[in-house]
Design a protein around this ligand. Structure first.
Ligand SMILES: NC(=O)c1ccc[n+]([C@@H]2O[C@H](COP(=O)([O-])OP(=O)(O)OC[C@H]3O[C@@H](n4cnc5c(N)ncnc54)[C@H](OP(=O)(O)O)[C@@H]3O)[C@@H](O)[C@H]2O)c1
Length: 279
């Protein structure tokens, strides 16, 4: 029995995605492998990495050191847009698996859209990688509503999620609605706004009523809407804090108060993201 108890899952097009995952962006070296190992020992069952994070080797080390059976952990990685030409994509996916020391990942995502390469070609290659057994499920990340629609037209393979920036300071209702309409899971990245939620007065006040921290209230707000969260920490002592979000419920009023915090604060941008129309 793990310290944090069983983590609920979200089902999307045959994928069973643990609602709580562990984010690893910017975690490197020994800190990365150690904190991934500790997260899994504690009961996290979902780890998120990407080829661009340059830490898949360390994530793999943490996974193997944890002793968790392969089928008990959900591993996601992402292909960087520079590798979206079909042959490149397949090679990149194989390289990810070598670094992770896995024969397949649970979820393979297109990390950001690449407007230079036809989406149908990239999705064709992603589907082939899945059919070849390199990934159990495939999906997208940082896709706008329009790109989700385009992607679904371009492939017959199920796309199980859109992983997008999602926290109380950013209104993502349109992309969330599009995912729901198409049976896709929403995976929230930067779910605690990279730590900024800690000082928010509303979250702190609601937390005090539940004996929870602002970060826990924020994560609860998301999982209570069946949005998967993948908070990152480099500190082992914060792993339990970020996981203790399934033993309390926010009231409708509290959910509404948190929703009212939305102010279009986008924290993560990449080259062309500023040129993307998000709704
Ligand atoms: N698909 C994409 O394009 C994309 C983009 C960004 C991120 N992601 C994924 O999403 C994951 C999470 O997003 P993120 O890393 O941007 O940010 P995040 O998880 O929202 O926040 C991480 C930051 O918050 C701090 N923190 C962690 N727990 C805390 C707590 N309980 N109270 C206060 N501060 C806390 C961490 O510092 P300490 O280390 O000091 O604890 C770290 O600085 C990433 O790691 C990555 O796996 C995906």
């Amino acid at each position: 029995m793990s310290a944090i108890g069983p983590v609920p899952v979200v089902e999307a097009k045959g994928a069973r995605i643990p609602l709580l995952g562990f984010g690893t962006w910017e975690l490197r070296g020994r800190v990365c492998s150690r904190v991934v190992e500790q997260a899994l020992r504690l009961g996290y069952r979902h780890v998120d990495t990407a080829e661009i994070y340059e830490n898949e080797r360390e994530v793999g080390e943490g996974l193997h050191a944890s002793g968790i059976r392969r089928n008990d952990v959900f591993v996601t990685t992402k292909i960087w847009p520079a590798h979206f030409a079909p042959r490149e994509l397949e090679r990149a996916a194989r390289d990810c698996l070598v670094r992770l020391r896995l024969s397949e990942v649970d979820l393979l995502l297109l990390h950001w859209p690449n407007l230079q390469i036809p989406l149908s070609e990239t999705l064709g290659a992603l589907g082939k990688v899945k059919r070849d057994g390199l990934a159990r499920h495939i999906g997208v990340s940082n896709f706008t509503v329009a790109l989700i629609e385009e992607a679904l037209q371009a492939t017959s393979e199920p796309l199980v999620c859109d992983q997008v920036e999602c926290h109380p300071f950013l209104d993502q209702s349109k992309v969330i609605a599009a995912c729901r309409k198409h049976g896709m899971a929403v995976i929230a990245y930067s779910p605690i706004a990279q730590g900024a939620v800690r000082d928010d007065e509303v979250l702190v006040r609601i937390g005090a009523a539940h004996k929870k921290t602002a970060a826990q209230v924020c994560l609860r707000f998301l999982v209570q809407q069946d949005i998967v969260v993948i908070p990152r920490t480099s500190k082992v002592e914060r792993l339990s804090e970020n996981a203790a979000i399934f033993d309390f419920t926010l009231s409708e009023q509290e959910m509404a108060d948190i929703s009212a915090l939305a102010r279009d604060e986008r924290l993560v941008g990449w080259a062309f993201s500023g040129r993307m129309k998000w709704d």
